[in-house]
Design a protein around this ligand. Structure first.
Ligand code: F2R
Ligand code: MG
Ligand code: MG
Length: 321
C-alpha cells in the first residue's frame, strides 16, 4: 500500500476514535427512541460533560495505550498499565471495574495480577476494546502479533475471555479496514468471514453474533432489530459486533457510519468510538469531515497530540518492516 495512504489511515483510525467518542458522549445511556425524539440525527457535537468535542475514557485510554507502544516500540505491560493509571481523569467517565483496576495499579500491584481481580474473574466490559485502534494500526500486517498484543493489553484491566476476545476482534477489524482500499467496495460477508477466521475464538458468544449480523446486513434501518440482536450496552459482546455492523452497513462514508452508530443509542460514545476507529482506518483522515476535526479538543493531549502519536506508530512500521 502507498505509504502516505497508510499514514492517513493510521491517523484516521485514531482521530476516528476521538470523533465517535465525542459525538456519542452527550447521549451515552439514552435509548435510540429517546435520541430520535429529542435530537433527531446527531451530526454535530453537542455541549456536554467537558464541552463539545471533548473525549471520554475511550480516547484517554487509547492515548495511554499508544504512548506506551511508541515508547517501548511494542507491548510492555507494566508501562501500559502505569500510563492508564497516570492518564486517568475521573471527569472523563470511567467504568466501575476499570476504576477498580486503575486503583490497584496505582497501589503498586504488578499488572499481571490486576485484571483477574476485577469482578472476581475479570471484566467483560468494552473498556479494553474501545482503546485498541493503535494496536490494529501498528500490527496491520502482522495478525498473529496483533492478536497477542490485543489480548495482553486487555488483560491489564479486562482479563475475562470475552473482554480479551472483544479487544482482539476490534483490533483485527481496524487492521482489516486499514488493509482495504478506500475507493473499492467492501464485501461485508467476506470481511466477517475473514475476521472470524483471524481470531481463535474460544467463547461461544461472538461467532453466533456474527452469523446474526450476516442475516441482518440488509436491514440497518430497523434499529429495534439491530439493538435486540446485536446489543448496545457496555459489555464487549454487546457492543463490538454492533460497531463492526455499523461500519459494514455504511462503508461508503465515515460520517454516515459514525452517525448511525451513535443513533443506535445505549453505549453511544463507545460504539461511536469503535465504529470511528474502523471507518477512520478504512477512509483515512482526509475523508473525515473537517467540521468534526476542527471542533475536537486540542489541549496538551488533544487532537494534534493524537495525530502525532499515529504518525509515530506509522513510522515504526516503515522502520521495522
Ligand atoms: N462508564 C461510562 N459511562 C458512565 C459514566 C457515568 C459516570 N458516573 C460519570 O458521569 O462520570 N462509560 C465508560 O464505561 C464503559 C467501559 O466500561 P469498562 O471500562 O469496560 O468498565 P467495567 O466496569 O469493567 O465494565 C462495564 C460493565 O460491564 C459489566 N461487567 C463487566 N464484567 C462483568 C463481570 N465479570 N460480571 C458482571 N458484570 C460485568 C458491568 O456492568 C460493568 O459495569 C464505556 O461505555 C465507557 O465509555
Ligand atoms: Mg466513554
Ligand atoms: Mg461508553
Amino acid at each position: 500500500m502507498d505509504s502516505f495512504l497508510l499514514k492517513d489511515k493510521f491517523i484516521g483510525s485514531m482521530l476516528g476514535t476521538h470523533i465517535g467518542d465525542a459525538l456519542g458522549m452527550p447521549v451515552e445511556g439514552k435509548g435510540y427512541e429517546a435520541i430520535e425524539k429529542n435530537f433527531g440525527e446527531i451530526r454535530d457535537m453537542l455541549d456536554a460533560r467537558l464541552g463539545a468535542g471533548t473525549y471520554t475514557d475511550d480516547t484517554e485510554m487509547m492515548i495511554a495505550l499508544a504512548e506506551s507502544l511508541v515508547e517501548h516500540r511494542g507491548f510492555n505491560g507494566q508501562d501500559m498499565a502505569q500510563r492508564f493509571a497516570d492518564n486517568f481523569n475521573p471527569d472523563r467517565g470511567y467504568g466501575s471495574g476499570t476504576i477498580q483496576a486503575l486503583f490497584m495499579i496505582k497501589s503498586g500491584m504488578p499488572w499481571e495480577e490486576v485484571g483477574e481481580r476485577v469482578f472476581y474473574g475479570g471484566s467483560f466490559g468494552n473498556g479494553s476494546s474501545m482503546r485498541v485502534a493503535p494496536i490494529g494500526a501498528l500490527y496491520y500486517n502482522s495478525p498473529v502479533k496483533l492478536h497477542e498484543v490485543a489480548c495482553l493489553s486487555s488483560r491489564i484491566t479486562h482479563a475475562h475471555i470475552l473482554g480479551m476476545e472483544g479487544a482482539a476482534l476490534q483490533a483485527m477489524a481496524v487492521s482489516k479496514a486499514i488493509n482495504l482500499h478506500p475507493h473499492k467496495n467492501v464485501d461485508a460477508r467476506q470481511f466477517i468471514d475473514d475476521l472470524i477466521r483471524s481470531i481463535p475464538l474460544e467463547a461461544d458468544i461472538y461467532k453466533p453474533k456474527f452469523k446474526v449480523m450476516e442475516a441482518i446486513l440488509e436491514t440497518p434501518d430497523d434499529k429495534k432489530v439491530v439493538v435486540e440482536m446485536l446489543g448496545h450496552d457496555s459489555s464487549a459482546p454487546n457492543s463490538v459486533p454492533t460497531a463492526i455492523y455499523s461500519f459494514l452497513t455504511h462503508t461508503h462514508d465515515f460520517e454516515e457510519a459514525v452517525v448511525y452508530a451513535v443513533g443506535l443509542g445505549g453505549d453511544t460514545d463507545t460504539i461511536g468510538a469503535m465504529t470511528g476507529a474502523i471507518s477512520g482506518g478504512f477512509h483515512g483522515k482526509s475523508r473525515i469531515p473537517s467540521r468534526w476535526l476542527e471542533i475536537l479538543e486540542n489541549g496538551r493531549k488533544g487532537r494534534d497530540y493524537i495525530e502525532m502519536l499515529a504518525v509515530k506508530l506509522w513510522k515504526m512500521t516503515s522502520v521495522d518492516s
